[in-house]
Design a protein around this ligand. Structure first.
Ligand SMILES: C[S@@+](CC[C@H](N)C(=O)[O-])C[C@H]1O[C@@H](n2cnc3c(N)ncnc32)[C@H](O)[C@@H]1O
Length: 177
């Protein structure tokens, strides 16, 4: 998506990402945030206008927008989201934006790592406008959250599907004996 160079396309794309950033602005404003599987990092760049500090990671840097170098409160690192080098309990908010299909093969491990580096009072947001990701949310992500069990909530504001959850395990109900 980000490889396209048309200015008109970039403008359209940024408007979309700004819509997503605005939707979760309370979780970004003056917060320390991490974007996982950031690709071109358009979410991080847009969020950096409000966040205190933005970290973003990807397995590779080839999609990364050169614009990130001009953002003072942003740090990009090549890192596997399933094996992060960050300390536990570091970030106020973690975002996965339009990347679910690419991390599906390792979703459980990545979610586990996200919850480890998330502060205890923080939230993880999975956000996507992709049709394919919506199917993955319903067929893979929600069953994982229910199985663990993790309290989550969802919100659909077209074109985006938002899922939010935190680092707390919801204790399974003790069977009534
Ligand atoms: C659809 S692309 C980019 C999505 C990005 N949010 C964007 O808007 O450009 C998904 C990205 O996930 C990255 N990725 C896949 N597995 C990963 C992993 N285990 N750790 C970190 N990044 C990963 C890929 O390298 C790719 O850049």
């Amino acid at each position: 998506m980000c490889a396209r160079s048309s200015r008109a396309y970039e403008g359209y794309s940024m408007k979309r990402v700004e819509q997503a950033v605005t939707h979760i602005k309370n979780a970004i404003d003056q917060k320390t945030i991490l974007e996982v599987a950031c690709g071109c990092a358009e979410f991080s760049i847009s969020a950096s206008k409000f966040a205190k500090q933005v970290n973003c990671i990807d397995l590779e840097g080839k999609r990364l927008s050169p614009a990130w170098e001009t953002v003072p409160n942003m740090q990009f690192d090549i890192m596997d989201a399933a094996n992060m080098l960050f300390k536990s309990n570091t970030f106020d908010t973690i975002i996965v934006y339009n990347a679910l299909e690419h991390i599906r093969y390792n979703l459980e491990n990545i979610l586990k790592e996200c919850r480890r580096v998330l502060r205890h009072d923080g939230n993880i947001y999975i956000i996507s406008s992709y049709k394919m990701d919506k199917a993955i949310i319903e067929e893979y992500l929600i069953p994982i959250l229910k199985e663990n069990p993790i309290d989550f909530c969802s919100d659909i504001v077209p074109p985006f599907y938002y899922i939010r959850f935190n680092s707390m395990f919801v204790p399974k109900e003790t069977p009534f004996t």
